[in-house]
Design a protein around this ligand. Structure first.
Ligand SMILES: Cc1cc2nc3c(=O)[nH]c(=O)nc-3n(C[C@H](O)[C@H](O)[C@H](O)COP(=O)(O)OP(=O)(O)OC[C@H]3O[C@@H](n4cnc5c(N)ncnc54)[C@H](O)[C@@H]3O)c2cc1C
Length: 492
């Protein structure tokens, strides 16, 4: 094993500590270690998305010596807020990736936001569906439901029955198409509502909403949108990066070191882990891979087991592109139908298309309720994920430092295969002191699930024997596999 040079105590030439300072309150890694000599003292984390930061939070709170290595020049992964210039006089923030949450289901995240003093507010929870040419368009929200009567009846039936059916073992391995067919829904319900809606979920395969797992879809629907319960949909005031920044500051306050711009490689064996960076090698007692499964397979150069390869190899990814813009043809043709979420119904012969959803940011940021922004006067601006038509350059918004507000997000796919692989992950955790966390490891990978995944990994590393409260997809009994808080939401 290579000898180590402490990155934390030298000035890295290529990496950047993020942000500078805030080491003053660092606790000794030895403080809590008197309890047990088998508990790892030094832990490396690869990736500074919310999952990596949350593992760091749990471990550094327990007195561990934690270092995060991030490949990109910014922290936060899928949480990316940018400041965009709407016109000469107006600069607004906009979330390109993570942008909202359902406070009713995100119990732990809400608690953290409150503790960190990160503001969040109600968003306007409204949705429009339309074809590109506008020949088919409707809205669904309490003020104006313009869905056809027959579609509405099926939608209401789905809302009533599906949250219960998902707890039935019969449907455990059903695709959405098989579920709809088995329950006798019309083809139109799939074509004009459910499949386009699924196509607007960030974790769906680029081409086939029909083949997605019924369980995975319902899980997201219930957790993120409060299906079967009462949603409390919120947005992060100032954007999701604001919350990530607050979390990063907290973990740094607790002693965690964060390095951005570092391409780290992992060499592990039964004696521990060496992290290799351009600045040198450093020995750790454990490493947490808080990056995607495909990345972990690349970054771990030594110590990966056959079991890990098998389990991690089952996860697959698609790419999304998010663009902030002012190009209205991507919105419903009737401006009165614009809603917070605008979901595109692909032409019936072109279902094999990436998901497309546009947010009207003014609605998402609830400008109507903001004294500083008069909804009707503030220029409208949008974010579209995977625009189905090209957005001419002049409509693409630019950040205040002059770059086009465009971001790419590789995202994991929640399929029957990946749901099965998630259930296998516990078997490989900790082999050669390597652990895996991240959105891809739990359910649909929402922030609250990242919280559970991170806490579970921290408990494993700390040797705390607590059953993972969030045991989605691991038990044969359907009433077991729905996470407890989800059961509470669904079954109230
Ligand atoms: C478009 C989109 C929208 C979403 N919207 C929401 C939402 O509104 N609400 C919600 O709760 N969830 C949302 N999600 C889900 C979201 O992915 C999770 O909530 C969460 O942000 C995932 O965090 P993570 O840390 O697991 O992974 P990521 O955020 O992907 O972070 C992984 C990190 O690892 C880094 N990395 C990669 N390779 C390396 C390497 N070799 N070395 C070091 N670091 C590396 C990456 O740069 C990144 O910073 C959305 C996802 C997508 C794709």
């Amino acid at each position: 094993m290579s000898t180590s040079r402490s990155i934390g105590h030298t000035k890295p030439e290529q990496s950047t500590r993020y942000p500078q300072g805030s080491q003053a309150h660092r606790r000794s890694p030895l403080e809590n270690d008197a309890v047990s000599s088998v508990i790892p003292m030094k832990v490396a984390i690869i990736g500074s998305g919310v999952s990596g930061l949350l593992v760091a939070y749990h471990l550094s709170q327990a007195g561990k010596d934690v270092t995060i290595f991030e490949k990109s020049d910014r922290i936060g992964g899928c949480a990316q807020t940018v400041q965009v210039r709407i016109n000469q006089d107006t600069v607004r923030w906009v979330d390109l990736g993570v942008n909202d949450f359902n406070a009713a289901a995100y119990k732990h995240i809400v608690k953290m936001l409150d503790a960190l003093g990160v503001p969040y507010k109600d968003l306007e929870d409204s949705t429009a569906f339309s074809t590109l040419d506008g020949s088919y368009a409707y809205t669904i929200d309490p003020l104006s439901n313009t869905m056809s009567k027959s579609l509405n009846e099926e939608y209401e039936r789905f809302k009533r029955e599906a949250p219960q059916d998902v707890l039935n073992p019969l449907y455990q391995n059903y695709s959405v198409a098989r579920y709809l067919e088995g329950k006798g829904y019309s083809q139109d319900f799939g074509r004009y509502n459910l499949y386009p809606r699924i196509n607007g979920m960030y974790f769906v395969h680029d081409t086939t909403p029909e083949t997605m797992s019924f369980r995975g879809i319902m899980h997201y629907y219930s957790m993120q949108e409060g299906f079967g319960g009462t949603p409390e949909r919120k947005y992060f005031v100032g954007g999701s990066s604001r919350w990530i920044e607050a979390l990063a500051q907290k973990v740094q306050f607790l002693g965690t070191k964060i390095y951005t711009n570092v391409s780290a490689k992992v060499f592990a064996d039964s004696h521990g882990v060496t992290i290799h960076t351009p600045d040198g090698d450093e020995h750790y007692d454990a490493v947490v891979m808080a990056c995607h499964a495909t990345t972990a397979l690349r970054v771990i150069q030594q110590g990966i087991t056959q079991d890990m390869v098998k389990v991690l190899g089952a996860f697959h990814y698609c790419n999304s592109v998010a663009i902030a813009h002012t190009y209205t043809p991507l919105l419903p043709p009737d401006v009165n139908s614009w809603r917070t979420y605008n979901i595109l119904i692909h032409d019936r012969f072109a279902q094999l298309r990436p998901y497309t959803i546009s947010y009207v940011c003014n609605r998402h940021q609830n400008d109507a309720a903001e004294p500083a922004y008069n909804y009707f006067e503030t220029p409208k601006f949008f974010v579209t994920l995977n625009p189905s038509i090209a957005i001419p350059d002049r409509y693409v918004l630019h950040t205040t430092d002059g770059k086009p507000a465009i971001a790419h997000f590789p995202h994991n796919v929640v399929s029957l295969a990946t749901i099965a692989a998630q259930a296998k992950l516990p078997e490989v955790q900790g082999q050669n002191s390597i652990y895996f966390t991240g959105g891809w490891t739990k359910g649909a990978g929402l922030h609250e699930e990242c919280w559970h995944s991170a806490q579970n990994i921290a408990n494993l590393i700390l040797g705390i024997n607590v059953e993972d409260e969030h045991s989605y997809n691991t038990a044969a009994d359907a009433s077991q596999y729905a996470p407890k808080y989800l059961r509470d939401v669904v079954c109230q």
